[in-house]
Design a protein. Structure first.
Lengths: 560, 388
């Protein structure tokens, strides 16, 4: 029994020490929420009255994350909470920039490709950037002399045999890169498998911009030059592909709404992964699609590359080469996709069939100084609060309060480590509400000790020895603690599931500290008190306002 | 193991109220004073209802929608702020401007109706210029009215689900009468807390709502500590035909110190948040939170004793089992007997000692009525020998 207690006690102390050592050693620390470090928080919700489902919201979250990441905002927090999306951008203080940043439409555009450049290139990029910055997005007909465009190709064998299927020349999955001599300007050169390259002349007939431009000019208000551009479906634009390449695309010829909702499926076609999708019948579906297909299949001036780009929020998801002029019913997109890529593409096409328009419902800017002040105030107040509670415990329970002190240290260590781990690995942050939740939970933790110690007193008053009382007292007290903590946990869980924003942070830390409370009560408080009760340290002294057995006997001897 | 001589002997030695409280030897007739508690609660609830009907709640921005800026007020006055608003096409007349003090720095808090994003940005920039501060030092908050409604809806939904789940849990763990009483006490706490916010016209923010929800947890925690003891005592006095009022009285006397201590332990950090964090250091966001919590904690401990328990006694008193047992409550020394009636060994010991001290009037008077020993229908089972 005694050995078991010592094991339990040393195990939890070891756990606490090693956890804090790992946390501090690896330099993990709780990420502070927006309200503690300043920044902008935007809460988005689909505009009322439109049909949407959770998956399109999830996709929107993913899109926002890609976009925010591409602008290099540090430690952003992007969460879907029920039917709302909360985006927290620490360190950002331009409201307009924040709103632009999270403004994803979820709309899929079908745009004819004028030319593409792969990410894997050995061509002189410098010259491309140099000419492009002055022209990109302006719609002028400038043609750069030195531009080299590499077009990735679909691997052989991926071509589908069916008459109604286009073959993919998707820039994403392709690995092989063909380059053309630098003498052909603004051209898309395709390998033998795909269509004939258009000449520089045809390319410059329409509004033409040089490919391979840096996106600096396209992005407004961006802090870095690497951000994703904002889609403008009415103009000719240079947009990045998923694998880091860039394509120049013309104005949108149609949206993802030509596809039947939820009909896009990733499947194995001709030995490789591809996507099949159904077209809506009639003019709004097949009509729109076939007009585009015809344009591209015939390599007209607006679609010299024969490729049709599927664009979502300023990023080209895939740019398959069109292999037929006329489609009925369904479309197959093939290429050297991996399973994940095909799944992702299908997801995009499905969401495009049901785009959601998000609206910023709440925008909150917190100044960095105000946040810092709040944190400092909360920490100082918390420290004083803990000190007061401990003083009270020592005044009331005397030596037994040492257990409270150590117990609070153990809980504190565990909670700090867990919070740090969550910040590090799950992108969670500690907000002011969370800090408040933790300070409040000090009260809950102390409650457990009080319940136990009062119980211990009851038992001793009933004439049991300290050692015996500790054992019986814990059993009864733990029962009470479990019931009371269960109610706290139910509360935390309900708040977590049914609320948005700050309330969630609070609920999380309340729940966490309640769990830690139960854990510490059983694995630390129990062995600590039971061992103390056996030790000489507690015997013969006045503890917790009631005399131990020795004293009581003496008192009795004196009175009788 | 040798049975220890009873510390219960000490009981009769602690005769001051403070000492008795400290040693957990109270004999307060809570049930006899229940009308005081209920009366105070009814008065508070009446005041709450009147205030809610008359002036309602001062709902913050997040519930009604609108825009709010906070600007360091060192270089900007009310009138200047209004000029800035007017210059950017915001109706300055409707704007609500107050000065708040945070961390020793005066800040202007400007509230207007909903504004589009570009106007908000322009106003922020203009305010920063007028106040001669960096735009980073300006906080702004904009919420649409529909979102405010959504938040309210969610909070109400969370509350309803929470109450149902907790009621089911208590009913499963204890019994239905307790679930009803605990929930009633909890609603009482929330109602009074809301009432204080309404009477003093304090602003209700999402932080306040969080605090209200926390109150529910605390209120229940306190009530459950009491009920756990009641549950235990119900079993203990099961064979003795003790009226339920007495069971409750005994339980409350046994847990009063525990309740006081747990409440004090919970109130201290919150009080520190309120006084030190919000008061001295001026973190407004902490005040919103701490004030509601403080009020809730105080009413929470109060209601577990003066609302939940009498209600439980009343509900249980209606059941046929306890109806039959109604009788005069044990008070004074008799109550103390019941409260202190620990283990049989201790009781035997104390009886022996009291008999020895024949002159002790307290012992003589107390022996006659309702002592737990006389209530037992059979001798307690002898203690099993256990190796330790």
């Amino acid at each position: 029994m005694r050995r078991k207690l010592i094991y339990s006690l040393s195990a939890i102390l070891l756990l606490a020490v090693s956890l804090i050592a790992i946390t501090l050693g690896a330099g993990y620390h709780p990420a502070l929420g927006l309200d503690l470090r300043g920044g902008i928080s935007v809460t988005l919700r689909p505009v009322t009255g439109q049909a949407y489902d959770k998956s399109s919201l999830d996709l929107a979250v993913e899109r926002i994350r890609e976009r925010v990441d591409s602008f290099g905002v540090g430690e952003p927090e992007i969460l879907r909470q029920d039917n709302a999306i909360v985006v927290n951008l620490p360190g950002v203080n331009d409201q307009q920039q924040a709103i632009d940043l999270v403004n994803v439409t979820g709309k899929v555009y079908l745009r004819p490709v004028i030319g593409c450049q792969s990410a894997v290139t050995s061509t002189p990029v410098t010259s491309i950037v140099g000419t492009a910055t002055s022209t990109a997005g302006t719609g002028t007909t400038t043609v750069a002399n030195t531009t080299v465009i590499n077009l990735p190709t679909a691997t052989t064998g991926a071509t589908a045999s069916s008459g109604t299927t286009p073959t993919s020349g998707s820039p994403g999955p392709s690995r092989r890169v063909n380059s053309v001599p630098p003498t052909s300007p603004v051209s898309t050169t395709t390998p033998a498998l795909t269509a004939t390259p258009p000449t520089g002349g045809t390319a410059s007939t329409d509004t033409t911009v040089v490919a391979g431009a840096s996106t600096t000019t396209v992005v407004s208000g961006a802090t870095t030059t690497t951000g994703l551009p904002f889609s403008d479906p009415t103009a000719t634009q240079i947009l990045p592909t998923r694998d880091g390449g860039r394509c120049q695309v013309g104005p949108s010829g149609g949206t993802g709404e030509v596809f039947v909702r939820d009909s896009a499926l990733p499947r194995i076609i001709g030995g490789g992964w591809g996507v099949t999708v159904d077209l809506k019948t009639g003019g709004s579906g097949e009509g729109v699609w076939n007009a585009l297909a015809k344009e591209c299949f015939n390599a007209t001036a607006t679609c010299p590359s024969k490729q049709l780009a599927i664009e979502l929020d300023g990023q080209i998801q895939s740019a398959p080469t069109v292999n037929a002029e006329n489609f009925t019913g369904s479309v197959q997109i093939t290429g050297s996709f991996t399973k994940d890529q095909a799944t992702k593409l299908a997801q995009v096409m499905n969401s495009g069939a049901l785009p959601i328009t998000l609206q910023a419902e709440a925008v909150q800017t917190v100044s960095a100084t105000l946040g810092k002040d709040s944190l400092r105030a909360a920490l100082i107040a918390g420290a004083i609060g803990v000190a007061l509670v401990l003083a009270f415990m020592f005044a009331y329970y005397r030596r037994l309060a040492i257990v409270v002190l150590l117990g609070l240290c153990v809980s504190g260590t565990l909670i700090y480590s867990i919070t740090s781990f969550i910040s590090r690995f799950y992108n969670g942050v500690l907000s002011l509400a969370g800090v408040a939740g933790l300070i409040v939970s000090i009260g809950v933790t102390i409650d457990s000790y009080v319940v136990f110690f009062e119980r211990l007193k009851d038992e001793m008053r009933a004439g049991r020895s300290l050692r015996n009382s500790a054992q019986r007292g814990f059993k009864a007290a733990f029962h009470t603690i479990l019931v009371a903590d269960s109610v706290s946990l139910i509360g935390a869980a309900v708040l977590w599931y049914l609320s948005v924003g700050a309330v969630r942070g609070f609920a999380f830390y309340l729940g966490l500290s309640t769990l830690v409370d139960v854990f510490v009560a059983y694995f630390f408080t129990r062995p600590a008190v039971l061992l103390l009760a056996r030790s000489k340290f507690m015997s013969g002294k006045k503890i917790m306002g009631i005399e131990t057995s020795v004293d009581a006997t003496q008192a009795l001897g004196a009175t009788s | 193991m040798t049975e220890v001589l009873a510390p219960e002997i000490e009981v009769s030695l602690h005769r001051t109220a403070r000492a008795r409280l400290y040693h957990g030897e109270t004999r307060v007739d809570f049930m006899g004073r229940k009308w005081w508690g209920i009366g105070i609660s009814l008065a508070l609830i009446a005041a709450t209802l009147v205030s809610l009907l008359a002036q309602g709640l001062n709902l913050g921005l997040d519930f009604n929608g609108g825009v709010q800026w906070e600007v360091p007020a060192a270089n900007i006055s009310d009138a200047q702020a209004r000029d800035v608003l007017a210059a950017n096409g915001v109706k300055a007349a409707d704007a609500k401007i107050v000065t708040v003090s945070a961390s020793g720095v005066q800040r202007l808090r400007i509230q207007t109706s909903e504004q589009p994003a570009d106007v908000r940005q322009k106003v922020s920039t203009a305010l920063a210029k007028a106040a001669k501060v960096d735009i980073k030092d300006i906080s702004s908050n904009s919420v649409t009215a529909s979102w405010g409604k959504e938040i309210t809806k969610k909070a109400v939904r969370a509350l309803v689900v929470f109450i149902i789940l907790v009621a089911l849990f208590i009913a499963w763990r204890f019994e239905w009468a307790m679930a009803l009483s605990a929930i009633a006490a909890m609603l009482h706490d929330v109602l009074i807390s809301v009432g204080i916010y309404s009477i003093l016209q304090l602003e209700v923010t999402p932080a306040t709502v969080i605090a209200f929800l926390t109150i529910l947890g605390f209120s229940l925690y306190d009530t459950i500590v009491v009920f756990d003891k009641v549950d235990e005592n119900t079993a203990r006095f099961a064979g003795s035909r003790l009226p339920y009022d007495d069971v409750i009285n005994v339980s409350m006397n046994q847990v009063v110190m525990r309740s006081l201590n747990t409440s004090l332990a919970a109130v201290l950090p919150v009080l520190s948040l309120l006084v030190v964090g919000a008061g001295l250091l001026g973190a407004i966001s902490l005040r919103e939170f701490a004030l509601a919590l403080f009020v809730g904690l105080v009413t929470g401990s109060y209601s577990s004793i003066f609302i939940a328990s009498p209600l439980l006694a009343w509900i249980k008193g209606q059941t046929p089992k306890y109806k039959a047992m109604r009788g005069p409550r044990a008070v004074g020394v008799d109550l103390e007997r019941l409260v202190m009636g620990g283990s049989p060994a201790a009781r035997r010991e104390s009886q022996r000692l009291r008999a020895a001290r024949a002159g002790d009037a307290v012992a003589a008077g107390g022996a006659a009525v309702n002592a737990p020993a006389s209530l037992l229908t059979h001798e307690p089972r002898p203690r099993k020998k256990k190796r330790r």
